[in-house]
Write a protein that binds this ligand. Structure first.
Ligand code: NAP
Length: 250
Protein backbone atom coordinates (compact mmCIF):
# COMPACT_ATOMS: atom_id res chain seq x y z
CA UNK A 1 0.00 0.00 0.00
CA UNK A 2 1.29 3.45 -0.72
CA UNK A 3 2.19 5.16 2.53
CA UNK A 4 -0.10 7.98 1.56
CA UNK A 5 -3.25 5.83 2.12
CA UNK A 6 -2.69 6.47 5.80
CA UNK A 7 -3.34 10.06 6.79
CA UNK A 8 -2.85 10.16 10.56
CA UNK A 9 -0.74 8.55 13.25
CA UNK A 10 -0.36 8.58 17.00
CA UNK A 11 3.05 7.77 18.46
CA UNK A 12 3.66 7.21 22.18
CA UNK A 13 7.02 7.82 23.81
CA UNK A 14 7.48 10.62 21.29
CA UNK A 15 9.64 12.94 23.39
CA UNK A 16 12.89 11.10 22.67
CA UNK A 17 14.46 7.91 21.30
CA UNK A 18 12.61 5.67 18.85
CA UNK A 19 9.35 7.53 19.33
CA UNK A 20 10.75 10.94 18.38
CA UNK A 21 12.54 9.38 15.40
CA UNK A 22 9.27 7.74 14.28
CA UNK A 23 7.48 11.08 14.47
CA UNK A 24 10.17 12.62 12.29
CA UNK A 25 9.82 9.86 9.69
CA UNK A 26 6.02 9.91 9.65
CA UNK A 27 5.72 13.68 9.35
CA UNK A 28 8.28 13.60 6.53
CA UNK A 29 6.04 10.99 4.86
CA UNK A 30 3.15 13.44 5.04
CA UNK A 31 1.16 12.01 7.94
CA UNK A 32 -0.52 14.18 10.54
CA UNK A 33 1.14 12.88 13.69
CA UNK A 34 -0.06 13.07 17.28
CA UNK A 35 2.97 12.90 19.55
CA UNK A 36 2.39 11.59 23.09
CA UNK A 37 4.71 11.72 26.12
CA UNK A 38 4.92 13.52 29.46
CA UNK A 39 7.71 16.01 28.75
CA UNK A 40 5.85 19.01 27.35
CA UNK A 41 8.86 21.11 26.40
CA UNK A 42 10.47 18.27 24.44
CA UNK A 43 7.18 17.63 22.64
CA UNK A 44 6.84 21.29 21.81
CA UNK A 45 10.37 21.36 20.40
CA UNK A 46 9.52 18.27 18.31
CA UNK A 47 6.29 19.90 17.14
CA UNK A 48 8.20 23.01 16.12
CA UNK A 49 10.66 20.91 14.14
CA UNK A 50 8.23 18.48 12.49
CA UNK A 51 4.70 19.90 12.60
CA UNK A 52 3.53 17.06 14.87
CA UNK A 53 0.71 17.76 17.32
CA UNK A 54 1.91 17.43 20.93
CA UNK A 55 -0.12 15.74 23.67
CA UNK A 56 1.62 15.95 27.06
CA UNK A 57 0.12 13.26 29.27
CA UNK A 58 0.96 10.30 31.45
CA UNK A 59 0.15 6.98 29.82
CA UNK A 60 -0.76 5.60 33.24
CA UNK A 61 -3.74 7.99 33.22
CA UNK A 62 -6.42 6.07 31.32
CA UNK A 63 -8.79 9.04 31.56
CA UNK A 64 -6.25 11.20 29.68
CA UNK A 65 -5.98 8.51 27.00
CA UNK A 66 -9.74 8.46 26.61
CA UNK A 67 -9.68 12.20 25.98
CA UNK A 68 -7.68 11.41 22.82
CA UNK A 69 -10.50 9.13 21.71
CA UNK A 70 -12.04 11.70 19.35
CA UNK A 71 -8.99 11.55 17.12
CA UNK A 72 -9.01 9.53 13.90
CA UNK A 73 -5.82 7.49 14.00
CA UNK A 74 -4.75 5.34 11.05
CA UNK A 75 -1.37 4.27 12.44
CA UNK A 76 -1.03 3.68 16.18
CA UNK A 77 2.54 3.25 17.35
CA UNK A 78 2.72 1.90 20.90
CA UNK A 79 6.36 2.70 21.46
CA UNK A 80 6.62 4.09 25.01
CA UNK A 81 8.13 1.67 27.47
CA UNK A 82 9.87 1.67 30.82
CA UNK A 83 12.32 -0.71 32.42
CA UNK A 84 14.05 -1.00 35.74
CA UNK A 85 17.34 -2.28 37.07
CA UNK A 86 17.56 -5.64 38.79
CA UNK A 87 14.79 -8.20 38.90
CA UNK A 88 11.68 -9.00 40.87
CA UNK A 89 13.72 -9.63 44.04
CA UNK A 90 14.87 -6.03 44.17
CA UNK A 91 11.69 -4.37 42.90
CA UNK A 92 9.53 -1.83 44.60
CA UNK A 93 5.77 -1.77 44.27
CA UNK A 94 6.13 1.31 42.03
CA UNK A 95 8.61 -0.47 39.72
CA UNK A 96 6.12 -3.22 38.97
CA UNK A 97 3.18 -0.84 38.65
CA UNK A 98 5.11 1.40 36.23
CA UNK A 99 6.10 -1.45 33.94
CA UNK A 100 2.63 -2.96 33.90
CA UNK A 101 0.91 0.42 33.51
CA UNK A 102 3.07 1.78 30.70
CA UNK A 103 4.24 -1.34 28.88
CA UNK A 104 0.94 -3.25 28.89
CA UNK A 105 -2.08 -1.44 30.28
CA UNK A 106 -1.64 1.69 28.16
CA UNK A 107 -1.06 -0.44 25.06
CA UNK A 108 -4.32 -2.33 25.63
CA UNK A 109 -6.24 0.86 26.42
CA UNK A 110 -5.00 2.64 23.30
CA UNK A 111 -5.87 -0.39 21.20
CA UNK A 112 -9.32 -0.43 22.78
CA UNK A 113 -9.73 3.28 22.04
CA UNK A 114 -8.47 3.37 18.44
CA UNK A 115 -8.95 -0.08 16.92
CA UNK A 116 -12.76 0.14 16.51
CA UNK A 117 -12.39 3.25 14.32
CA UNK A 118 -9.81 1.45 12.19
CA UNK A 119 -12.18 -1.49 11.80
CA UNK A 120 -15.01 0.82 10.85
CA UNK A 121 -12.87 2.54 8.18
CA UNK A 122 -11.35 -0.80 7.10
CA UNK A 123 -7.98 0.91 7.36
CA UNK A 124 -5.39 0.83 10.07
CA UNK A 125 -2.02 -0.25 11.32
CA UNK A 126 -0.93 -0.95 14.88
CA UNK A 127 2.82 -0.98 15.46
CA UNK A 128 3.86 -2.29 18.87
CA UNK A 129 7.44 -1.90 20.01
CA UNK A 130 8.17 -4.88 22.24
CA UNK A 131 11.69 -6.17 22.85
CA UNK A 132 13.78 -9.28 22.48
CA UNK A 133 13.05 -9.50 26.23
CA UNK A 134 9.55 -10.59 25.27
CA UNK A 135 10.86 -13.44 23.16
CA UNK A 136 13.94 -14.72 25.01
CA UNK A 137 15.05 -15.29 28.57
CA UNK A 138 18.13 -13.49 29.77
CA UNK A 139 19.07 -11.53 32.88
CA UNK A 140 16.83 -8.51 32.36
CA UNK A 141 14.06 -7.43 34.72
CA UNK A 142 11.42 -10.11 35.21
CA UNK A 143 8.55 -7.66 34.95
CA UNK A 144 10.03 -6.11 31.81
CA UNK A 145 10.27 -9.53 30.18
CA UNK A 146 6.73 -10.36 31.27
CA UNK A 147 5.24 -7.12 30.00
CA UNK A 148 7.06 -7.38 26.67
CA UNK A 149 5.88 -10.98 26.28
CA UNK A 150 2.38 -9.58 26.80
CA UNK A 151 2.98 -7.06 24.02
CA UNK A 152 4.00 -9.97 21.79
CA UNK A 153 0.71 -11.75 22.47
CA UNK A 154 -1.36 -8.57 22.14
CA UNK A 155 0.20 -8.06 18.72
CA UNK A 156 -0.69 -11.60 17.64
CA UNK A 157 -4.13 -11.54 19.16
CA UNK A 158 -5.46 -8.32 17.67
CA UNK A 159 -4.81 -9.85 14.26
CA UNK A 160 -7.46 -12.38 15.26
CA UNK A 161 -9.78 -9.69 16.60
CA UNK A 162 -9.75 -7.89 13.27
CA UNK A 163 -9.67 -10.77 10.80
CA UNK A 164 -11.39 -9.91 7.53
CA UNK A 165 -10.57 -6.23 7.87
CA UNK A 166 -7.61 -4.41 6.37
CA UNK A 167 -5.98 -3.87 9.72
CA UNK A 168 -2.30 -4.61 9.97
CA UNK A 169 -0.35 -5.29 13.12
CA UNK A 170 3.42 -5.19 13.34
CA UNK A 171 5.51 -6.05 16.37
CA UNK A 172 8.99 -4.58 16.37
CA UNK A 173 11.24 -6.54 18.74
CA UNK A 174 14.55 -4.72 19.12
CA UNK A 175 17.76 -5.72 20.80
CA UNK A 176 19.92 -2.96 22.23
CA UNK A 177 19.28 0.48 20.78
CA UNK A 178 21.12 3.69 21.67
CA UNK A 179 18.52 5.71 23.60
CA UNK A 180 17.94 7.11 27.08
CA UNK A 181 16.33 3.95 28.48
CA UNK A 182 19.34 2.68 30.45
CA UNK A 183 20.11 6.16 31.80
CA UNK A 184 16.52 6.45 32.99
CA UNK A 185 16.94 3.11 34.77
CA UNK A 186 19.89 4.57 36.64
CA UNK A 187 17.94 7.65 37.71
CA UNK A 188 17.72 9.87 34.66
CA UNK A 189 20.22 12.49 35.86
CA UNK A 190 23.00 13.70 33.52
CA UNK A 191 25.45 11.60 35.59
CA UNK A 192 23.20 8.55 35.21
CA UNK A 193 22.99 9.11 31.46
CA UNK A 194 26.80 9.27 31.30
CA UNK A 195 27.19 6.12 33.39
CA UNK A 196 24.63 4.29 31.25
CA UNK A 197 26.43 5.36 28.12
CA UNK A 198 29.74 4.04 29.42
CA UNK A 199 28.21 0.77 30.66
CA UNK A 200 25.81 -0.15 27.90
CA UNK A 201 26.88 1.65 24.74
CA UNK A 202 30.54 2.66 24.71
CA UNK A 203 32.50 0.18 22.62
CA UNK A 204 29.39 -1.63 21.38
CA UNK A 205 27.89 -1.45 17.91
CA UNK A 206 24.32 -1.01 19.09
CA UNK A 207 21.32 -0.31 16.92
CA UNK A 208 20.36 3.30 16.33
CA UNK A 209 16.88 4.77 16.37
CA UNK A 210 17.22 5.09 12.60
CA UNK A 211 17.51 1.28 12.31
CA UNK A 212 14.22 0.91 14.17
CA UNK A 213 12.47 3.60 12.20
CA UNK A 214 13.59 2.01 8.94
CA UNK A 215 11.97 -1.27 10.06
CA UNK A 216 8.74 0.53 10.99
CA UNK A 217 8.80 2.37 7.68
CA UNK A 218 9.28 -0.91 5.80
CA UNK A 219 6.26 -2.47 7.52
CA UNK A 220 4.01 0.55 7.10
CA UNK A 221 4.91 1.10 3.46
CA UNK A 222 4.43 -2.56 2.46
CA UNK A 223 1.49 -3.22 0.12
CA UNK A 224 -1.78 -3.26 1.98
CA UNK A 225 -2.33 -6.98 1.43
CA UNK A 226 0.97 -7.74 3.19
CA UNK A 227 1.22 -7.76 6.99
CA UNK A 228 4.71 -7.71 8.48
CA UNK A 229 3.82 -9.43 11.76
CA UNK A 230 7.08 -9.58 13.67
CA UNK A 231 10.35 -7.87 12.98
CA UNK A 232 13.13 -8.93 15.34
CA UNK A 233 16.09 -6.61 14.94
CA UNK A 234 19.30 -6.92 16.91
CA UNK A 235 22.84 -5.64 16.68
CA UNK A 236 24.92 -8.10 14.68
CA UNK A 237 27.21 -8.61 17.69
CA UNK A 238 24.30 -9.33 20.07
CA UNK A 239 22.92 -12.87 20.22
CA UNK A 240 20.24 -14.43 22.41
CA UNK A 241 22.28 -17.54 23.15
CA UNK A 242 23.37 -18.71 26.57
CA UNK A 243 22.11 -21.13 29.15
CA UNK A 244 23.12 -20.86 32.78
CA UNK A 245 23.68 -23.98 34.87
CA UNK A 246 25.05 -23.20 38.31
CA UNK A 247 26.94 -25.85 40.28
CA UNK A 248 25.33 -26.54 43.64
CA UNK A 249 27.17 -24.97 46.54
CA UNK A 250 29.57 -27.30 48.29
N1 NAP B 1 16.61 1.07 23.92
C1 NAP B 1 16.65 -0.25 23.87
O1 NAP B 1 17.74 -0.89 23.94
C2 NAP B 1 15.37 -1.03 23.71
C3 NAP B 1 15.47 -2.38 23.37
C4 NAP B 1 14.32 -3.11 23.19
C5 NAP B 1 13.09 -2.51 23.32
N2 NAP B 1 13.01 -1.18 23.68
C6 NAP B 1 11.67 -0.62 23.78
O2 NAP B 1 11.57 0.41 22.82
C7 NAP B 1 10.60 1.38 23.22
C8 NAP B 1 11.19 2.77 23.12
O3 NAP B 1 12.28 2.81 24.03
P1 NAP B 1 13.44 3.88 23.99
O4 NAP B 1 14.69 3.11 24.19
O5 NAP B 1 13.28 4.82 22.84
O6 NAP B 1 13.09 4.60 25.38
P2 NAP B 1 13.49 5.99 26.02
O7 NAP B 1 14.56 6.67 25.27
O8 NAP B 1 13.71 5.71 27.48
O9 NAP B 1 12.12 6.80 25.86
C9 NAP B 1 10.97 6.36 26.51
C10 NAP B 1 9.79 7.19 26.02
O10 NAP B 1 8.61 6.76 26.73
C11 NAP B 1 7.99 7.89 27.30
N3 NAP B 1 7.34 7.54 28.56
C12 NAP B 1 7.89 6.87 29.62
N4 NAP B 1 7.02 6.81 30.63
C13 NAP B 1 5.89 7.46 30.20
C14 NAP B 1 4.64 7.74 30.81
N5 NAP B 1 4.36 7.36 32.07
N6 NAP B 1 3.72 8.43 30.09
C15 NAP B 1 4.00 8.85 28.83
N7 NAP B 1 5.16 8.59 28.21
C16 NAP B 1 6.09 7.92 28.90
C17 NAP B 1 9.12 8.88 27.54
O11 NAP B 1 8.64 10.21 27.53
P3 NAP B 1 8.47 11.16 28.83
O12 NAP B 1 9.54 10.84 29.80
O13 NAP B 1 8.53 12.52 28.21
O14 NAP B 1 7.11 10.82 29.32
C18 NAP B 1 9.98 8.66 26.29
O15 NAP B 1 9.48 9.40 25.21
C19 NAP B 1 10.20 0.97 24.63
O16 NAP B 1 8.99 0.27 24.59
C20 NAP B 1 11.32 0.06 25.09
O17 NAP B 1 10.89 -0.86 26.06
C21 NAP B 1 14.12 -0.44 23.89
Amino acid sequence: MPYSDYRTALVTGASTGMGAATVEKFTAQGLTVHAVARNRSRLEELAERTGAIPHALDLADTGALEELGGLEVDVLVNNAGVSRQGNVLSSTREDLDDMVDINVRAVLQLVRIFLPGMVERDLGHVVNVSSIAGLYNFFGHTAYHATKAAVHQISRQIRNDTVGKRIRVTEIAPGRVETEIFGRNLGGTPEAMKEAWETFYEGYESLTTEDIVNAIDFAVSAPRHANLGLIEIMPTFQVPGGLTFDRREA
